[in-house]
Design a protein around this ligand. Structure first.
Ligand code: ZN
Length: 380
């Protein structure tokens, strides 16, 4: 009889990609809105609780709020309202077995907690990851001339990067991965900036020009090369801005290969449904890392299959943990709980089948849980 190995103990995870939580009180509609990547509510008469994530919230989060597991949706929503958002956030984040969160602060940042506030609520350590495109949009909003854009952007990125532990790009969202991937020339950047800045008017700047996005990536890459920071790339699963078929990360091989020669780590985020492609890239490119963040929450009872697939071919030294939680403390709690549970279940099966020792399993677990992230991010 094989014993369940020690890796099931509470070794805290490092969540290498997540976002803050909302602190405002949530009516049912806004609660459900944060349970979906869609821009629209579910069809009339249906609910976002009627999917795998809904089951996972009712099963695992209800007890933290003092309800029975799988309490009805109405009871869950009502209990959440009674306790209030501050108490719900406090309880769920305190129960989240993570001791360090790397927060992407560049998405809907006015609606959610920043680094300091999130650290206060969770009582965990928190470091910032800076979203490249958000910095470009801030520079554009500050009213810069096209000829000055590249300089001002580089300065802003350098400044924001001083306390950050990495950069993040949403190139897949804004242009897909099927774009030219070399660094644009200075003249190309000036003329693209002129077209973009001229078209903004009074609207909030939104960068979607491939030349400027490429320029952002290469400017950040230069900082990463000097300071040995990773670049996170959004891959696959996300909101309706994504043209999923063109977000397969293997389309971005030229940039990834260039970063390999610069020794800049690339962490591929989420990856669903391209988990195998991401794991293969981690196998062949020295600088590529990957996670199955977000999809473990969204697949609920089927999540173990995602974790199993991520372990098929990728080196154990190249996978990292993330929740990609945004807005709801439930997503932080569930991300850690489900990932830990699924990874333990898979490794336990390997031990029982005689495919690895308990010691091997512990090393694999602690690598993915935290050691791999400690190797690529400056977290000391
Ligand atoms: Zn994210």
């Amino acid at each position: 009889m094989h014993q369940r190995a020690d890796f099931t103990s509470e070794l805290p995870l490092i969540d290498h990609h997540c976002h803050g939580v909302v602190t405002r009180e949530l009516e049912r509609d806004s609660l459900e809105g944060l349970m979906s990547e869609s821009y629209r509510p579910p069809p009339a008469g249906t609910s976002h609780f009627q999917k795998p994530l809904g089951l996972a919230i009712r099963r695992h989060c209800a007890p933290i709020l003092g309800l029975e597991p799988l309490a009805p949706t109405e009871a869950y929503v009502e209990r959440r309202r009674q306790l209030g958002t501050a108490e719900v956030n406090r309880r769920l984040l305190a129960a989240t077995s993570v001791d360090l969160h790397l927060l992407d602060t560049g998405h809907r940042s006015a609606e959610i907690t920043g680094v300091g506030e999130f650290a206060g609520i969770s009582t965990h350590r928190v470091r910032e990851v800076v979203r490249i495109e958000a910095v470009a949009e801030e520079v554009a909003a500050s009213g810069v001339e096209a000829s000055q854009f590249a300089t001002r952007f580089a300065e802003a990125l350098q400044r924001r990067g001083e306390t950050a532990v990495g950069f993040k790009s949403i190139v897949a969202y804004r242009t897909t991965f099927r774009i030219e991937q070399s660094a644009p020339s200075a003249a190309e950047v000036v003329s693209a900036a002129g077209r973009w800045l001229g078209a903004i008017g009074s609207a909030r700047p939104r960068i979607d020009c491939p030349v400027l996005i490429r320029h952002g990536l290469w400017t950040a890459a230069q900082i990463c090369r000097e300071r040995r920071l990773p670049i996170q790339l959004h891959v696959g699963f996300g909101d309706p801005d994504v043209y999923m078929h063109a977000c397969d990360p293997t389309h971005f091989t030229d940039f990834v290969r260039a970063m390999e020669s610069w020794e800049v780590p690339i962490t591929l985020l989420h990856n669903y449904p391209f988990i195998r492609e991401a794991a293969w890239m981690a196998e062949v490119f020295q600088n590529v890392y990957y996670d199955v963040g977000v999809i473990v929450n969204f697949t609920g009872p089927s999540g173990e299959r995602m974790v199993r697939e991520a372990l098929e071919v990728g080196p154990f030294t190249k996978q990292v943990y993330s929740s990609d939680a945004f807005g709801l403390a439930e997503l932080h709690y569930l991300g850690a709980l489900l990932f830990r549970r699924h990874l333990c279940a898979v490794l336990d099966g390997w031990i029982r089948a005689g495919d690895c020792t308990a010691r091997d399993a512990e090393t694999i677990f602690s690598g993915i849980a935290r050691d791999n992230a400690l190797r690529i991010y400056p977290l000391g």
